[in-house]
Design a protein. Structure first.
Length: 149
């Protein structure tokens, strides 16, 4: 059986040292294998990779030019609305831009967004419909056939 799994997310960044310091301020732990060209940060259950934007684009065989909304947002899920507010404040103190302050949202949760030093969007959310384990991982129950109409 094949499992759907994301083991690592790599962000292309303009300044590797600044981006590394930013994410360390948010609690990510620097990992072995990091060098002056790439950073690996341990997030407990996923690795966050930081790599020069130009080098990452070259590796993927695409143009590095362009900014703005890329159609992707990463997320920090939190156990409470207070924790959402605290995480957004932490991100701002580390140098992030708060794109959308936290608020109650249409789907029944509470969330806000920040942009990191390179404009990558992060949602910070409390989802009352999904639990978190003791390491902050989302606990998802499989959907049985016929559950969606």
């Amino acid at each position: 059986m094949t499992f759907a799994n994301i083991s690592m997310v790599t962000l292309g960044v303009a300044d590797l040292a600044a981006a590394t310091a930013f994410y360390q301020k948010l609690g990510w732990k620097l990992s072995k294998g990091s060098s002056e060209n790439v950073t690996f940060l341990d997030g407990g259950h996923i690795v966050l990779g930081l790599y020069g934007r130009e080098a990452l684009a070259k590796d993927a065989g695409v143009a590095a030019a362009g900014k703005g909304f890329t159609g992707v947002a990463l997320a920090f899920n939190q156990p409470s609305e207070e924790a959402v507010d605290a995480r957004l404040a932490e991100a701002k103190a580390a140098g992030a831009d708060i794109v959308k302050p936290a608020e109650k949202v249409f789907w029944g949760g509470y969330s806000g967004y920040f942009a990191d030093l390179d404009g990558h969007l992060w949602e910070v959310a409390r989802n009352p419909f999904v639990g978190l384990d003791d390491k902050g991982r989302m606990m998802m129950e499989p959907l049985e056939a016929g559950d969606i109409s």
